[in-house]
Design a protein around this ligand. Sequence first.
Ligand code: ATP
Length: 447
Amino acid sequence: MSNKKDSKAPNGSDKMESIISLAKRRGFIFQGSEIYGGLAGTWDYGPLGVALKNNVKALWWKRFVSDRSDMFGVDAAILMNQNVWQASGHVSGFSDPLVECKKCHHRFRADQLEDAKKCPDCGGALGDVKQFNMMFKTSVGAVQDDSSVSYLRPETAQGMFVNFKNILDSLHPKLPFGMAQIGKAFRNEIAPRDFLFRAREFEQMEIEYLVKPAEWQKAFEHFVGEVHGFIKDVGLDEKDVHELEVPDGERAHYSKRTIDFEYDWPFGKKELYGLAYRTDFDLKQHSERSKVDLSYYDEETKERFIPHVIEPSFGLDRTILAILCGAYTEDELGGEGEKRVYLKLAPAVAPYKVAVFPLLRNKPQLVEKAQEVYRAVKKAIPAAAFDDNGNIGKRYRRQDEIGTPFCVTVDFDTIEKGAGVTVRDRDTGKQERVAEKDLIERLSRGL
Ligand code: ATP
């Protein structure tokens, strides 16, 4: 039985403040360009954040690419020919409604205001709504004219559509098959907010799954299940995720069916992931504009057609934020007294799986033995840490705070009686003695 007393973690903005502060304090995520006062909508990942992010990417790649035989990885350039964005509809239509306050000149997204006429900051009157294109425009090469215009991609999807023919010609896959990509996307959001939730630079993990037109429903349903599977992989609680069938008139211009997977964030229920049936819109558009035939020839039916597309789209940074929100816990450990903050991370995503300590730092024999144990553990479980700073209680707290599932301690009984080491469980604080020879097996069982 656990000796843990659960107390409720703070909610809403308090909880967000606690998470942002933990993320900074412990080297997960920092404000972008912080020493210059930051750059709104940008975030820098520190060592623990990178480890967490890499773990999430690896789980995604495993589920959606390497564990399957019908998925092809792509890593396309971020800068693309401007025709891509003309064809996709982003130049003419990728915009949000912008309003400016006539008095304080603050700018807002019109569709996110409670009162469309009054400034939420100063109460002044708001001006007319204008469409604001969210793509970051740049120019390529030394001469700046209309032909040098390019954009930082606002989604990774187009990098896959433009490579459809390359995949067909080089790997000759048969339908259905998918292209998968993880990479940066950029959107000049009018109001970046809520930490990683709405940033101007972020990462996406996207799939363009190509099917025969009549088979889109089957593939759509399949990916509904796969999205839920991934949600479990990264340790999110299913009860915090809700499917929203996006009604007619509210879907993107290319979509015939969309499900938003919404998450219960501390700041409300909002989109985590999207799943869209994009029809043959993109390939058709690119075929027409590039004059390159992007059709598929079905050898069985002797038919030539443009495949239809199911697109599961995952925000990587929103995944990280959801993981942090779900994992952030405050409690009191019965056996260890005081209040603590810990991240209840699924072992698969935790930056460190195990930390090894000597009970006391000023006893060379203990330190030496702990280092020996650490080296052996690290060989089998590379995401292992060694810590001999401060007292043992503080070390446990530090590891709890970054979500390390296990702490292994070498004490006097280890070296004097050959009595093995202690293994402490992050969530319960309970310790058990484990023989050295069984240690890796015991840890691996819990990871
Ligand atoms: P929203 O309505 O929240 O702006 P969207 O519908 O525009 O999102 P999509 O275009 O479907 O989002 O993008 C796919 C995924 O990329 C989203 O589900 C989300 O996880 C992520 N994403 C989109 N915009 C941002 C952003 N500004 N910051 C972080 N992640 C984002």
